[in-house]
Design a protein. Structure first.
Lengths: 268, 344
């Protein structure tokens, strides 16, 4: 399978400060890549560089083989859909209006949303199961609902690569599971070709649960890249996070989880 | 379009119609207020005749009042109010803050310094207005230049803080000129200008005001959908495909042109650009496609009503800026207490 998203020897940072370098990996269509790594490891900076919000300090990002350097925002928005950690909306738009903003890149700067734009927004709302929220005030829905609506907005954008920055941060347990299920479903596609998904998280279980590939970012370097089983090992977790864990398979389907070793004993 | 969205369109049309009706009522009241009251019938008759549709003849005195005295003032009040409200609505979206007014980038301070300089130099009225207009544009130009020179920081924050400090500097210039001005002639004129008034407007002022306001309204109307996306902040807007720098500069230029033109005719009139867009948002929501026309009509009606009050309340005309503040403060406090929708 050819690479949908390929990152080659990418260096990234803010202004003069280089946060990370030498990062390279590829993700195919329909694959989920999970980005793991400690705080300050460069995950967010890498995301912003992928999306073109920060200029790369070196290397390149390709989508379907095309170098994204110099792409104007509109062309980028047709390739990448972005789900920010917390939507920055300050105004009481309805959820439908917010999702409709995902269609911005599909029309001219001066045009009103077309029938097709409305239909795409409706379809995205339905696909995420939040059609009932369409008329609700963006500022008055819960964190979980807002996350779903942000994913719907990115979906209405009809991108090739979906980038989610810690999509489960600050969500309750049930909403975390629901968001992860949706993310996996979007990558699998419904009959058609699935999206390429890149998401970051602090929970290794989420990588075991839905990811095809894991990139472990440590000190601005790609410490490991591979399947979750290859990357998330006790040795690797000790090296990167400085903590003892046991990787165990649980439940009927043998999904792996990371358990901190002796946490209870250490706490006395 | 789904049924719920269609219902929204209907309720928006009704709201806009209501605001338009209030504006028409304000126009009728404005014409029938004053030393020589004009009835709505006379007004309609004259307009009918001027449009070449015949109708009853209107007394020449009435025609003079409508055409040369009250008409220009009514239309100027509407245009100033509409312009301030439209630029306030654009700025509140652009700076992602419902409490922003159109003078946040220093346009009013620049216009004030320009006008005060003109009065200080004993220039004719037209030159004073020209200097106010140029001063407003220049002040915002400096703020934009400063902001684009400072890289690597939140551009919106740099713009706002730049506007505040440049505005403060210009304000001290105004204070210095007031201190140096002739206390019998110039100082009252300066004070009068700074408080805002439409008492001296004529047809020439109106003619000078129409082109910049009309020209500046065009990009705001065209970019109405992009402005919604700009309220999400630079990162999200960029990720959704909006070239944020370009949009921001175009909107700032348009709003500055409009505000500078308005302020150069009326003097400093505060509160309209802050309060009216806010009220409009409470009525029709934040989407710019509905917010802009509502704010324009509401701003026109509001400033016209305030100006009518200003010239009818007392034996002498009250300054507009004082009245907008006296009316604006309680409304603002009421919004703060009960109008939760616009904030968070």
């Amino acid at each position: 399978m050819s690479a949908r998203l390929s990152v080659e020897d990418l260096a990234f940072g803010y202004g003069e400060r280089v946060v990370g370098a030498g990062v390279g990996f590829t993700v195919a269509a329909g694959e989920v890549l999970c980005l793991l790594g400690p705080n300050g490891g460069g995950k967010t900076t890498l995301f912003k560089t992928l999306l073109g919000l920060l200029p790369p300090r070196g290397g390149r990002v390709r989508v379907d083989g095309e170098d994204t350097a110099g792409w104007p925002p509109r062309r980028r928005a047709l390739a990448f859909g972005y789900v920010p950690q917390a939507g920055a909306g300050q105004f009481p738009f309805t959820v439908r209006e917010m999702v409709l903003m995902g269609r911005t890149a599909h029309r001219g700067a001066f045009s009103a949303p077309s029938v097709a734009d409305h239909a795409a927004a409706e379809a995205a709302l339905e696909r995420l199961g939040i059609g009932h929220l369409a008329e609700r005030d963006w500022l008055r829905i819960s964190g979980g609902e807002r996350q779903m609506a942000l994913i719907a907005r990115a979906l209405a954008q009809a991108p090739r690569v979906l980038v989610l920055d810690e999509p489960t941060a600050s969500l309750d347990f049930g909403n975390q599971v629901r968001v992860l299920e949706q993310v996996r479903r979007l990558a699998d596609g419904e009959g058609g070709e699935g999206l390429t998904v890149v998401f970051s998280t602090h929970h290794p279980e989420q990588a075991f649960a839905i990811a095809d590939r894991v990139a472990l970012l440590h000190g601005g370097r790609l410490a490991r890249f591979g399947t979750p089983e290859e990357v998330i090992t006790a040795a690797m977790m000790r090296e990167v996070y400085g903590t003892e864990v046991e990787v165990v398979a649980v439940g009927a389907d043998g999904m792996r989880v990371c358990l901190p070793v002796g946490l209870r004993r250490r706490m006395g | 379009m789904p049924a719920a969205a269609r219902r929204g369109e209907l309720s928006f049309a009704l709201t806009l119609g209501g605001v338009a009706a209030v504006l028409v009522a304000a126009v009728c009241v404005a014409f029938s207020t004053g030393a020589y009251p004009v009835t709505p019938g006379e007004l309609a008759g004259l307009l009918w005749a001027k449009l070449g549709l015949g109708g009853a003849a209107v007394a020449p005195a009435v025609e003079t009042v409508i055409w040369d005295i009250r008409g220009p003032r009514v239309l100027t009040a509407m245009l100033v109010g509409a312009g301030l409200a439209a630029s306030g609505a654009a700025y509140q979206g652009l700076f992602r803050n419902p409490l922003v007014s159109p003078d946040i980038l220093g346009v009013s301070s620049g216009a004030a310094l320009g006008a005060v300089l003109g009065i200080f130099a004993s220039l004719p009225v037209l030159a004073i207005q020209g200097m106010a207009f140029a001063g407003g544009l220049l002040a915002v130009g400096v703020v934009l230049a400063v902001a684009s020179a400072i890289r690597g920081r939140d551009p919106v924050l740099v713009l706002v803080l730049g506007g505040v400090v440049i505005g403060a500097l210009l304000g001290s210039g105004v204070a210095l000129l007031k201190y140096l001005a002739d206390p019998y002639n110039q100082l009252p004129a300066i004070t009068f200008w700074l408080l805002g008034s439409l008492s001296a407007v004529n047809r020439d002022d109106l003619a000078a005001l129409v082109p910049p306001v009309a020209v500046a309204l065009v990009p705001l109307v065209l970019l109405r959908w992009r402005l919604d996306v700009m309220t999400l902040g630079d990162e999200e807007a960029t990720a959704l495909g909006v070239p944020v720098r370009v949009v921001r500069v175009v909107v700032i230029a348009a709003a500055t042109l409009m505000t500078a033109a308005a302020v150069s005719v009326s003097g400093i009139v505060g509160w309209v650009g802050l309060l009216v867009p806010h009220l409009a948002r409470l009525m029709v929501g934040p989407a710019f496609v509905r917010l802009l026309p509502t704010a324009v009509l509401l701003g026109a009606a509001y400033l016209l009503a305030v100006d009518t009050l200003a010239r009818s309340l007392g034996p002498v005309e009250l300054p507009l800026g004082v009245l907008t503040a006296v009316i604006g403060t309680p409304v603002f406090l009421w919004l703060l207490a009960f109008g939760k929708r616009g904030w968070s």
